[in-house]
Design a protein around this ligand. Structure first.
Ligand code: C2O
Ligand code: CU
Ligand code: CU
Length: 512
């Protein structure tokens, strides 16, 4: 029964199949030929209604679990623009084409204030979901924006100040998949062979209720790993290549992913879409809010074979700090899910040698190339801060003010702080996220004393593509190049450990 629901869910990732009964959906997936589900969508005007509301979903055997969920409906633009994931608390997948004009009426039917942010999309200030725009219960916020991003995997989630962690935790998150003409011309696995996988961790109580024991220091680390909102962990696949779109939708957990049994895995995309060429890594590091797109070849495997996707052990960088939540510590090893070869086929579909156009940014083009700005993420006087400041709804400092139409170099640093905790104050991983257009990571460094911790994760970084979130391990420094084009106004930069963000490790930047 559990597995049946997971199959229904994976079938739900195909346009139009979401509403079929499970058994039919399963056979429909198996029957698809490689190109029978082509996503030939064109740029147009899309109008959607989206609401956030309480409902109940069966996740574990027994009682259904009360969750908060996004539900949606297409008002204009074609029903294939929105795909409901049956049996999951996750919101519908929104499918956009570069150039789309999007209008979304967001209705808040939660018992508290909220606002939606389109993580990774480069949108105007009024559409970015800043916490000062949060609306109360029963109210509606109208978004209007053009999709300017490259083809890629993005997501949406709430962004009210101090309540982002719990709202995401109770189920408010969904994927946005953007396509463009360049991607559509590329021979990558599509349709049934292009699967999103949203990784999250949760804790359940005796009545199957979600237990949120987030902690402002460590964050939230759950014992049950959910993929696409399901604990089942088994996905039937054909023995051929797949495109897997991974999103770490967890509040605080970092994954160090490895596919077992010598499966060929190549990274084809990062937060901001496809790389120029596929790259190989010994394992994949995926911090909260990051995305990775993979080309994974199950070819040559016999029916019935199983492949385990595992998260490997690493040093969580807590320096002996007590971990409040029970269960899996940051850096513990566990199984994420299994792929089972349901059908042996002969359908090789080689990986294209070139994927997408990609322009490498150069430091010489930054207006501050001689003096990059520093943003220091650290504990200061017992609080999580950025350059020793906490979030203030409207405030911006001089270094947080940038000129429209320029590119800047920002050094983001996970610095030792003051206050209690391990040596040098409390050091913990910080996944740093910047709103607006994506950036590039041009270099990283870590002092010798933190090197051993860093070495347990750093080979899994993929810095070759466009990023909007960059993991900083203790002591680590990353140099980012970011353009501030198109839109002036107030945007956010923050730690995407959602409990750190809620505790004030967030600031505005102002584009003037
Ligand atoms: Cu995904 Cu400002 O957040
Ligand atoms: Cu964002
Ligand atoms: Cu943090």
């Amino acid at each position: 029964m559990q597995r049946r629901r997971f199959l229904e869910l994976s079938a739900g990732s195909l346009a139009g199949l979401a509403t079929l009964p499970a058994a039919r959906a399963e056979s429909a997936v198996r029957g698809l030929a490689r190109f029978s589900v082509s996503r030939g969508i064109q740029a147009s005007t899309i109008k959607l209604n989206l609401r956030a509301r309480a409902r109940r979903v069966g996740i574990l055997p027994g009682a259904r679990t009360p969750v908060w969920s996004f539900t949606g409906r297409v008002v204009e633009g074609g029903s294939d623009r929105l795909e409901t994931l049956a049996g999951s608390y996750l919101g519908p997948i929104l499918r956009f084409h570069q150039g789309d004009r999007v209008e979304i009426a967001f209705k808040n039917r939660l018992p508290e204030a909220s606002i939606v942010h389109w993580h990774g999309l480069h949108v105007p200030e009024s559409a970015d979901g800043h916490p000062r725009l949060a609306i109360g219960p029963g109210k509606t916020y109208r978004y209007s924006y053009e999709v300017r991003n490259r083809a890629g995997t993005y997501w949406y989630h709430p962004h009210p100040h101090t309540r982002t962690g719990p709202q995401v935790y109770y189920g408010l998150a969904g994927l946005i998949i953007v396509t463009d003409d360049e991607e559509q011309a590329l021979d990558l696995p599509r349709g049934a062979f292009d699967l999103p996988l949203v990784l999250q961790d949760r804790n359940f109580g005796a009545a199957n209720e979600l237990r949120y024991d987030g902690d402002a220091r460590v964050g939230f680390l759950g014992e049950t790993i959910l993929v696409n909102g399901r604990p089942d962990h088994v996905l039937d696949v054909d023995s051929r290549p797949y495109r897997l779109r991974l999103l770490n939708g967890s509040n605080s957990r970092i994954y160090k992913l490895e596919f077992g049994s010598g499966v060929r895995v190549r990274v084809i995309g990062t937060d901001g879409g496809l790389l120029r060429r596929a790259v190989k890594r010994p394992y994949l590091t995926l911090a909260p809010a990051e995305r990775l797109e993979l080309w994974v070849d199950f070819g040559g495997r016999a029916a019935g074979e199983e492949i385990v996707l595992r998260s490997l052990e690493f040093d969580g960088g807590h320096f002996g700090l007590g971990i409040a939540s029970s269960g899996l510590a940051q850096g513990a090893a566990f199984d994420v899910m299994r792929f089972r070869i349901a059908r042996a086929v002969n359908d090789p579909q080689p990986l294209p040698r070139r994927l997408a156009r990609f322009e490498r940014l150069r430091i010489g083009d930054a207006v501050n190339s001689a003096a990059p700005k520093t943003f220091s993420y650290r504990m200061h006087q017992g609080r999580w801060t950025i350059n020793e400041r906490q979030f203030e709804m409207e405030a911006v400092s001089s270094e947080e003010t940038v000129n429209l139409g320029t590119m800047e170099a920002w050094d983001v640093v996970n610095a030792s702080g003051s206050g209690s905790g391990g040596p040098g104050g409390m050091l913990m991983p910080h996944p740093v996220h910047l709103h607006g257009a994506p950036f590039q990571v041009i270099e990283r460094s870590v002092p010798d004393r933190y090197r051993a911790v860093w070495d347990t994760l750093a080979d899994g970084y993929v810095d070759k593509g466009w990023k909007d979130t960059v993991l900083l391990m203790p002591g680590e420094r990353a140099r980012l190049l970011k353009r501030f084009d198109d839109y002036s106004g107030l945007f956010l930069h923050h730690c995407h450990n959602l409990e750190h963000e809620d505790a004030g490790m967030m600031r505005n930047f102002l584009v003037v």
